[in-house]
Design a protein around this ligand. Structure first.
Ligand code: PRX
Length: 631
């Protein structure tokens, strides 16, 4: 079956996937090019954890993204690129051309000493060369670790060091709206403390002046001239690592989520085709940056595996004005559009005048990802963008799940605003109480877990398997725990209620509160800080920082802007606090633990429900914080 087309087929596929998961996924895996067929479809245990899909199989994912399509659709567009500046020409790259460029850059990597298993950091703007770099790594069996171009030098160096990367691929700079982002100079600063990096390959994009370090830094364009475009793909095992992607956690240190080759391939392809109801020839646009999992799975791998035309946009939704998304949809006749609730809310706030000039009649399916979508934004998206004619798929998933987990299939599953709806075939959710007991039946609320593996599941966290076990598999024995709260309503529909741990979703980006605190504490006058989230109309969640200053600084406004600059410098602009309150003390228990529950209530302006403060070392700090709260 090419893909599911009716709700009855979905129900049947779901039933099959639970009763006989191995047969279900083996059938999907048959669609690909294998160099050697797998021996065993699934081996697993969630205690270690140890999950292997398609073991014994040999393949290369780029042969499935590129070579497999050459005969049938070599001249069809694989990648459409829309530049930041609408006056610059867009590009269309065919499957044949993309194959040639990927092979050529794979040879550049080899020529510069890259080998199978090496870790390569990619820190680039949203240009076609980013996709080429990702696929070129996969072509030669090197492990890509893409770092979002909005992260600053410290976040970048932490990630380079953790994965022990030996090559960094970057650009002189990147264009984002009216700004130029100085990527190369951030890399230079990061590399001052990363001894493992031997080569930096630099794409010329903004043509700004950069310093090129002798014997280390080389130009992308010059290197491409030196090599051929013939590069046979490396043979990979099903369970060889394809990539590492860092995600924030409750502790200050980001986790390198490891995904492997075959399972990730089968899962991103299956979910892409079925959830979006992809038809051959469709133009698909995912607005996520490749620095996040959504960009990996549904801008690059999923669409290319399916042979689609995938659109990559360099800019931002409000440049040159808030009609840009709609302009691009009309310009490239986009059929399937996948974006985040934050973008929808911010464009909604700009008013309909930015939407009206556009026809938007090529659209067939709309998607949402990354955070809960509120009913108002859902309705606006449905009425003004979809013209009540395009099903909306609210896709729930995570960096760790590799692909979508709970989502409608477009036009097949009945939708309800605010609900991710039903689990996809192969996905077995369980809601558990705080002790880990599964809650059965409908009309219940609990913590969202999964009790059976799917092919795209995280295999480990790079450098520390124990961390993976502790974070995801040890909290509730026998389950993978997502960190999200969830409700299952009377129809068995799932609604994600938000994180239950110390991470916050700010504009759809997952940020660890500890990571932001560490950045704030880099300010020389700050001795301690505590960060919590508060509901924010556009961003979903905003960042509220309580900080203790070690001297009596009178220039509070200056201090606050210095704190914002410090966070921007050490983490990046996405982690800038929205509200800062200077406090004398933090609410701590006698054992020294900060009671964040109290701070959250203050940040949410829910002072009536602060609850019991009697276990605090000094309950009077709460009164002081309440008085000075920034509301
Ligand atoms: O809290 C959930 C939220 O995003 C988290 C995962 O973030 P990240 O690993 O950055 O991946 C984002 C893109 C897949 C989840 O734990 N989340 C993601 N999608 C939804 C969502 N919350 C509600 N509804 C969604 N559709």
């Amino acid at each position: 079956m090419e893909r599911i087309t009716t709700f009855e087929q979905y129900q049947q596929a779901y039933k099959n996937s639970v009763e006989n998961p191995e047969a279900f996924w083996a059938e999907q895996a048959e669609l690909f090019t294998w160099r050697r067929k797998w021996d065993k479809t699934l081996e697993w245990n969630f205690n270690e954890p140890d999950v292997k899909w398609f073991s014994g199989g040999k393949l290369n994912i780029t042969e499935n993204c590129l070579d497999r399509h050459l005969e049938k659709r070599g001249d069809q567009t694989a990648l459409i690129w829309e530049p930041n500046n609408p006056d610059e020409a867009a590009k269309k790259i065919s499957y044949k051309e993309l194959h040639s460029e990927v092979c050529r850059f794979a040879n550049v990597l080899k020529h510069n000493g890259a080998k199978k298993g090496d870790r390569i950091c990619i820190y680039m703007p949203m240009v076609p060369e980013l996709t080429i770099a990702v696929l070129a790594c996969a072509r030669i069996g090197a492990i890509h670790s893409v770092v979002f171009g909005g992260f600053s030098f410290k976040s970048l160096s932490d990630r380079i060091q953790d994965a022990d990367c030996n090559i960094v691929i970057t650009a002189d700079g990147g264009f984002r709206g009216a700004k130029d982002i100085p990527l190369k100079s951030v890399v230079d600063e990061a590399l001052e403390i990363c001894a493992s990096v031997k080569k930096v390959i630099v794409l010329k994009r903004t043509h700004t002046n950069v310093i090129m370090k002798k014997d280390r830094d080389i130009w992308w364009q010059e290197e491409m001239e030196k090599v051929s475009d013939v590069c046979p793909a490396e043979t990979m095992d099903s369970e060889d690592t394809l990539f590492i992607l860092y995600t924030s956690g409750s502790t200050g240190k980001p986790k390198g989520v490891v995904h492997t080759t075959a399972g990730y391939m089968v899962y991103t392809d299956y979910t892409f085709r079925n959830v979006f109801q992809y038809n051959s020839g469709d133009v698909f646009w995912c607005t996520a940056d490749v620095g996040w999992i959504t960009g990996h799975s549904y801008l690059i791998y999923g669409p290319l595996l399916a042979g689609a035309a995938t659109l990559m946009f360099e800019g931002i939704p409000t440049f040159p004005d808030a009609g840009r998304f709609w302009n691009v949809i009309d310009k490239h006749k986009v059929n399937i559009f996948y974006t985040a609730p934050t973008a929808i809310r911010s464009l909604q706030a700009m008013g309909l005048d930015f939407v009206k000039p556009y026809k938007l009649d090529s659209l067939r399916v709309l998607g949402s990802v990354g955070e809960p979508i509120n009913e108002e934004a859902w309705n606006w998206y449905n009425e003004n963008i979809g013209k009540k004619n395009c099903p909306i798929v609210d896709t729930y998933w995570q960096t760790e799940t590799g692909g979508m987990m709970i989502s409608a299939m477009a036009g097949i599953t009945k939708t309800k605003p605010g609900f991710a709806t039903l689990p996809l075939p192969g996905i077995q959710p369980a809601l558990v109480d705080e002790k880990g007991n599964e809650l059965h039946g409908n009309n219940i609320e609990g913590r969202l877990c999964f009790k059976f593996p799917w092919p795209g599941i995280i295999r480990t966290t790079y450098g520390s398997h124990e961390r993976c076990r502790e974070t995801y598999f040890n909290i509730y024995k026998g389950y993978y725990f997502t960190g999200d709260g969830c409700r299952r309503d009377e129809d068995g529909y799932y609604r994600i209620t938000g994180r239950v741990d110390d991470v916050i979703k700010v504009s759809g980006h997952l940020l660890g509160t500890a990571e932001i605190e560490n950045a704030i504490n880099e300010h020389p006058d700050i001795v301690e800080s505590a960060v919590v989230g508060f509901p924010h109309d556009i961003k979903g969640w905003g960042i509220y920082a309580f900080v203790i200053c070690d001297n009596e600084r009178k220039d509070v406004d200056n201090l606050k802007s210095e704190i914002i600059q410090t966070v921007t410098k050490y983490m990046g602009p996405i982690a800038k606090p929205d509200k800062i309150q200077i406090v004398k003390g933090l609410p701590k228990t006698r054992s020294g633990k900060i009671m964040r529950r109290i701070l959250r209530k203050i940040a949410e302006n829910d002072l009536a429900n602060i609850g019991d403060t009697s276990t605090l070392l000094d309950p009077s700090v709460v009164e002081e914080i309440k008085i000075g709260a920034v509301l």
